[in-house]
Write a new protein. Sequence first.
Length: 203
Amino acid sequence: MTVTNIHVTGVGGQGIGLLGEVIIRAADRAGLAVRGVDTHGMAQRGGIVTSQIRVGDGAHSPLIRTGDADLVVALERNEALRALDSHLKDGGVLVYYDAVWAPLDVRLGRARPVTPDHIQAACRQRRIREYRVFLESLEDARMQNVVLLATLARENLIPAVRPVHYRTALGELLVGAVREENLRLFAEQLARTVPGDRRRPNG
């Protein structure tokens, strides 16, 4: 199997760790070789948090070289563009939740806020397929990662990893009422025939 390189990114407190771990476990439940590594250095201070995941028999290290990611999954708009520029290969896939959590460099005035138009322009220029995701009815921002996860499953963006594998992994990592609420949201988003996200495939 060809190796699929996945770069997951966001801001501390958004649930990047859970999202990355669900992807890793889902790939494992699908019978695939998978390696992953997280960076949590600024997780409690609004800093950048990333997970790098490599799926496939040829993945001997979890680290992804600059510009070699097939798929970037971002939970924040500014980090989506940053990861697109630094890690995503031309012709790759970007899935991002259209939320702004103002990363530290934006709050300090060292970087300008990013708009969806900035991302769309960059995707068009580099033939990147873009999925802009946003769910207006979502009341708990901590569940944005599950909306993104359902998009990955519904669009079959990680080869050979099926919805049942994501669902199983999510159920293993959560407990009680939180588990049931997240599984309900995942099922609802997965079942949408007209996606609840704002999708712009630019291929």
